[in-house]
Design a protein around this ligand. Structure first.
Ligand SMILES: Cc1cc2nc3c(=O)[nH]c(=O)nc-3n(C[C@H](O)[C@H](O)[C@H](O)COP(=O)(O)OP(=O)(O)OC[C@H]3O[C@@H](n4cnc5c(N)ncnc54)[C@H](O)[C@@H]3O)c2cc1C
Length: 585
């Protein structure tokens, strides 16, 4: 799709007048580009790092309703999210796939079985998809054999979904480009063009800085939309917006699948602060996340897990899987992302709302916050808010598929398994046949220890807008997360395949390789081990505190409470489901 010279040719053609310029190439910007293009707008997206570099490649990769939103009484957000989950599962098999979740209940747990049962009933009703079931302790042990057994009373299984977040961003952008949109990575909007004089001046374009070629130019548009996530205050500040973002970091640990084996996600409340955390399988490894803390590192640097977060996540692992004896030596890699949350000054970061917001200031429309899962709805909301600037914008519909239907077939002869076929079509959609055709001898085999084919590396280097080596190894394929030392041991073979495709000389390859390995060491590995607090004492303290604080409410009161909550939400769920059905017809 983006073959040699694509950046230069788009940069040269930038002078044309645009209907809309989208700043930020995460999932929000990608969604806006896709929907704007579909609605007939001439639209350009610019991203100052790589596509998906921001939060959208550092999420927990769940396409989910979010049980916690139910607990907070946010039925609308849960309803929208489960509805989006169902649609994405239908539209993007191989990219968005079902994931089972297990929720264990232990003796004396609060919330306990009845509350979970009520919550999951509502969750399923909102999705109009009955997925949950209760298991006895004995059966539950078969589902999660290594889970802590002490006091286990049983548990639930329910259904959600997961994705490869960076590939989701790329697929949406590439489909927008195929439909006539334009997108450039490594181009920063470092200034806003104003029409008229302050204080009534309105934004009428952006000043762009090509960080690869070092060119600068001013580009005008009828509307400018900032989808810059946690960085939203930077551009808002240029039109007098007062800072509103409270950047909250969420970090993950990655273990080999064989060392922390889970066939489905395990969801539980962290013993220290009762926040929901997950341990789940993804791409053959096991992810543990996440934290939720104020991010006081500079926003222009790669976010990095801190020693206290490592201890917090290890506490969670130790609490749920004590028999596995996991240590820091088992951790393959780490990653951290920054949530674009609108701050309201709450003492506990986890109490801040995760809803998205749309602001218009001096003609600049900003959309930030929200979830990966609901990107289609966020994009439509943002575009609707622009309608007064773009009156010719065609009607927008929530019912149109956001992902293109994949109609191509893969060549039969390549010995591709059914699962690989599904994965390639989901991730590469219309480009999958070209990827297979471009494969060199032996490249339709898997990179050891990963689900990726060597051919995916060749294709990404050739046609997916790779500018630096970390674009290739952390976002096009996720080898940097899955392999020890970021895949250092296989760099020679990667070089043999990719260097000619990228057109880099030996000096450039060496420079990229050194930069990648340094980046990995500084931001994707564990912090200094001496600085990581011991997690076993943390767990003991948490357990002692829990015993002291054991609720005095009798079990019956909890059941009655849960029943009342269930009845109330059932009524609302029925109304929502009825409204949804009416919307469809
Ligand atoms: C730890 C964690 C776990 C999460 N897990 C989930 C989950 O499981 N499921 C879910 O649905 N959601 C999840 N989320 C939320 C979700 O990831 C985010 O809401 C979403 O990715 C935000 O996307 P975005 O496009 O708004 O921001 P980003 O992805 O951050 O994109 C903004 C982009 O703007 C670019 N940019 C900034 N300024 C400029 C400029 N001046 N010029 C050009 N480009 C610029 C940045 O480089 C960045 O790439 C999670 C978030 C975190 C932090």
């Amino acid at each position: 799709m983006w073959e040699k010279g694509w950046r230069e040719s788009i940069w040269e053609g930038l002078g044309e007048p645009w209907d809309l310029i989208v700043v930020g190439g995460g999932i929000t910007g990608a969604g806006v580009l896709r929907e704007a293009t579909r609605a007939g707008l001439h639209c350009l997206l610019v991203e100052r790092r790589d596509f998906g570099w921001g939060t959208s490649s550092r999420s927990s990769k769940l396409v989910h309703g979010g049980l916690r939103y139910l607990k907070e009484g946010k039925l609308g957000l849960t309803w929208a999210s489960v509805h989006e989950r169902e649609r994405l599962l239908e539209e993007g098999p191989g990219l968005i796939d079902p994931l089972g979740f297990l929720l264990a209940t232990y003796k004396g747990d609060h919330p306990g079985r009845w509350t979970y049962s009520a919550g999951l009933t509502v969750y399923d009703l909102l999705a109009l998809h009955w997925s949950h079931r209760h298991y006895s302790a004995q059966d539950f042990q078969l589902l999660a054999p290594h889970l802590a057994q002490d006091g286990l009373e049983g548990g639930f299984r329910y259904g959600d979904a997961q994705t490869d977040d960076a590939r989701l961003v790329l697929r949406v952008i590439l489909e927008a480009v195929a439909a006539g949109g334009a997108a450039l990575n490594y181009v920063e909007a470092d200034g806003l063009l104003l029409d008229g004089t302050k204080p009534d001046a309105q934004v009428c374009g952006v000043r762009l800085h090509d960080l690869v070629g070092d060119g600068k130019r001013e580009v005008r548009a009828r509307a400018v939309l900032s989808a810059t996530g946690a960085w939203a205050d930077e551009l808002r500040g240029k039109v007098g917006g007062t800072p509103a973002i409270r950047p909250l970091r969420g970090s993950h640990l990655i273990f080999p699948g064989w060392r922390l084996p889970v066939a489905q996600a395990i969801s539980f409340l962290h013993p220290v602060d009762r926040r929901p955390v997950f341990i789940f399988p993804w791409e053959g490894i096991t992810l543990v996340g996440t934290t939720d803390v104020d991010h006081d590192q500079p926003l222009d640097a790669e976010p990095t897990i801190q020693p206290e977060e490592v201890a917090y996540l290890m506490t969670a692992v130790e609490a749920q899987f004590p028999s596995l004896g996991l240590t820091l030596d088992d951790v393959i890699s780490t990653f951290a992302g920054v949530r674009p949350v609108v701050g309201s000054g709450k003492a506990d970061p986890s109490k801040e709302s995760r809803d998205h917001v749309v602001w218009e200031e001096g003609g600049l429309l900003t959309v930030t916050g929200g979830k990966l899962t609901t990107f289609r709805l966020i994009a439509l909301d943002a575009l609707n808010a622009l309608r007064h600037r773009l009156p010719d914008l065609q009607p927008l519909s929530e019912q149109v598929a956001v992902l293109d239907r994949v109609e191509c077939e893969l060549p039969e002869s390549e010995g591709i398994s059914g699962a690989e076929r599904r994965r390639l079509l989901g991730r590469y959609s219309a480009s999958a046949p070209s990827l297979v055709r471009a494969a060199g001898p032996g490249e339709m085999t898997q990179v050891p220890g990963t689900p990726y084919l060597w051919a995916e590396l060749r294709w990404a280097a050739r046609a997916e807008g790779v500018v630096h080596l970390d674009d290739l190894l952390l976002r096009r394929v996720r080898l940097g997360h899955l392999l020890p030392e970021g895949g250092k041991a296989i760099l020679p073979r990667i070089r043999a395949i990719c260097q000619p495709e990228l057109g880099w000389d030996d000096a450039r390859w060496q420079q990229e390789e050194s930069a990648y390995l340094a980046l990995w060491r500084d931001h994707y590995s564990l912090p200094d081990r001496d600085a990581i607090p011991g997690w076993k004492p943390l767990l003991e303290e948490a357990r002692a505190r829990q015993l002291q604080e054991a609720p005095s409410r009798p079990e019956r009161a909890t059941r009655v409470g849960a029943g009342a909550v269930l009845l109330a939400v059932l009524a609302i769920a029925i109304v929502l489901a009825w409204r949804r059905r009416r919307h469809h017809t």
